[in-house]
Design a protein around this ligand. Structure first.
Ligand code: AMP
Ligand code: ZN
Length: 490
């Protein structure tokens, strides 16, 4: 059994910290996964580093977990709406590829980023497109139970039939029915009602389409998560996670349809955990609003993915985090110092649970005090910044023996996942210098710089500025000197 502090998690359902104990032997954990219609951006990394931290916390407490992360490859319409085009179909048309190619390409990109960030793989990554017959069966049952109504545009869930609709979002349901959502759906009875099935319009054949009792079409976005989580984790499970944006709409609708489907009067999922957003200059980063930085952009600038992970863990998952390059660079400097300090302590033991840590600590009181500190931090709603602080302190503490330090580093890293036992100093050394670039990269940069010089000669300042900012995005800074332009890596 577990020892140490009771794990407490902030449950969005009720908006308070609660003791977490698994309802059965193992915890079912479902995290809303990526919509694979473009590259995942830096903000999209946060929910999975957060759910990975949660998994490490549960492992620390000796609680086994089954983790499911879905891949949304159909059903998610632009602007999260019921009537818009499917995001993947729009991307396929834009990129002149098939929807399957789009899904495969961006799913691969997601997995690559997860691996680079040392996020432990989930047990299952079900794609929505593989569960459409189950979704149709689920919606049919809701129809049989009287929770739905048909319109020419599809099958809709009647939210007025769902007692407690919107509790998760603290929605004033009357208020919501009157106002807010702007999308106009012909015949929809209440503004909060949502599509379970989107029937295709006559003359507008969808690319991804299935036959159903409501005509040819595709499932509504919310359906996949209810259906796939229940299929893989059972009707009821312990924890559902996602970004804070899902607390207002997607998760509200998942709960409404799932509780209607089950009809057993029990809450569908006990704990709902949401990570706050990563923002740039105070505004939300969104894939839909144009190019946004990706992990690969940071790597191209010499930032190691573990430095970005450290940057994320340096903030609590429930606080907004402001992305700045300076912040990520300072995380990389911290990581570099940590690696340099830890290297003489290697090899580190593998210590993943509190129980194992206790037995290794023996009766060393200083090591035990640090273990208590770290345990208290992870137990208090996953306070990763405090674990980092304890780790730093332990490495400076003359009262802690070398084997004590080895143990504390191993424990902190089992929770933080920074690969402190194996990272090489040269991997986190920092930015590349021009000498590290390939001949191809150099000639590409020089061609762009020459184009800018030409634009300036032609007094086309807008174009010259445009090229300069494109170069800056690639980490190249151009300076005009009396001898002509020179460039360097930022
Ligand atoms: P999507 O691929 O758009 O379906 O989003 C995948 C996950 O990323 C969801 O859990 C979103 O809530 C989350 N997310 C999207 N943008 C951000 C952001 N800027 N910061 C943190 N999480 C985000
Ligand atoms: Zn979901």
């Amino acid at each position: 059994m577990t020892s140490g502090q009771q794990l407490r998690l902030y449950n969005s359902l009720g908006r308070r910290l609660e003791d977490f104990t698994p309802s059965e032997g193992s915890v079912g954990l479902y995290s809303c996964g990526p919509t694979v219609y473009s590259y995942p951006h830096l903000g999209n990394m946060r929910p999975y580093v957060f759910s990975d931290t949660l998994r490490r916390a549960l492992r620390w407490k000796g609680i086994p977990v089954r983790h499911v992360v879905n891949i949304t490859d159909v059903g998610h319409a632009v602007a999260d709406s019921d009537t818009g085009e499917d995001k993947l179909e729009v991307a396929a048309a834009r990129e002149l590829r098939s929807v399957e190619e789009i899904a495969a390409m961006y799913t691969r990109a997601f997995f690559e980023d997860m691996a680079a960030l040392n996020v432990m793989p989930a047990d299952d990554y079900p794609p929505a497109s593989a569960y459409v017959p189950e979704m149709i069966a689920f919606a049919s049952r809701l129809e049989d139970l009287g929770f739905t109504y048909r319109l020419p545009s599809g099958l809709y869930f009647d939210t007025s039939k769902s007692p407690g609709y919107g509790t998760l979002a603290l929605l004033d349901i009357e208020g919501q029915r009157e106002g807010e959502r702007v999308e106009l759906v012909e015949g929809r009875r209440h503004k909060s009602d949502f599509a379970l099935w989107r029937t295709e319009e006559a003359g507008k054949r969808r690319v991804m389409r299935w036959d159903s009792p409501w005509g040819w079409g595709a499932p509504g976005w919310h359906l996949e998560c209810s259906v796939m989580s229940m299929a893989l984790l059972g009707d009821h499970f312990d924890i559902h996670t996602g970004g804070i944006d899902h607390r207002q709409l997607h998760h509200v609708n998942e709960i409404a349809q799932s509780e209607a489907y089950l009809g057993d009067g029990r809450p569908w999922v006990r704990f709902w955990l949401h990570n706050e957003f990563l923002v740039i200059d105070g505004s939300k980063i969104a894939k839909s609003s144009g190019p946004v930085p990706r992990l690969a952009d940071l790597v191209a600038m010499g930032i190691h993915p573990m430095a970005y992970r450290l940057f994320l863990l340096g903030g609590h998952y429930r606080s907004q985090l402001d992305f700045t390059l300076a912040g990520v660079e300072s995380a990389q400097a911290t990581l570099r110092r940590l690696v340099a300090r830890v290297m003489p302590l290697r090899p580190l033991p593998v210590v993943e649970t509190r129980e194992a840590a206790d037995s290794l600590a023996g009766d060393d009181p200083t090591a035990k005090a640090y273990l208590d500190q770290i345990d208290a931090a992870i137990s208090a709603d996953l306070a990763t910044p405090k674990i980092l602080a304890s780790l730093q302190e332990s490495l400076r503490d003359p009262a802690l023996t070398e084997s004590g330090q080895r143990l504390i580093v191993a424990v902190a890293d089992a929770l933080l996942g920074l690969r402190l036992g194996e990272l090489e100093l040269r991997e986190v050394e920092g930015r590349r210098s021009a000498a590290d670039l390939s001949a191809d990269e150099v000639s590409q940069i020089e061609r762009r710089v020459a184009e800018r010089t030409q634009a300036r000669k032609e007094r086309d300042w807008a174009r010259a500025d445009q090229i300069r900012s494109e170069l800056e995005e690639l980490g190249v800074q151009v300076t005009d000197t009396p001898a002509g332009p020179v460039w360097e890596l930022l």
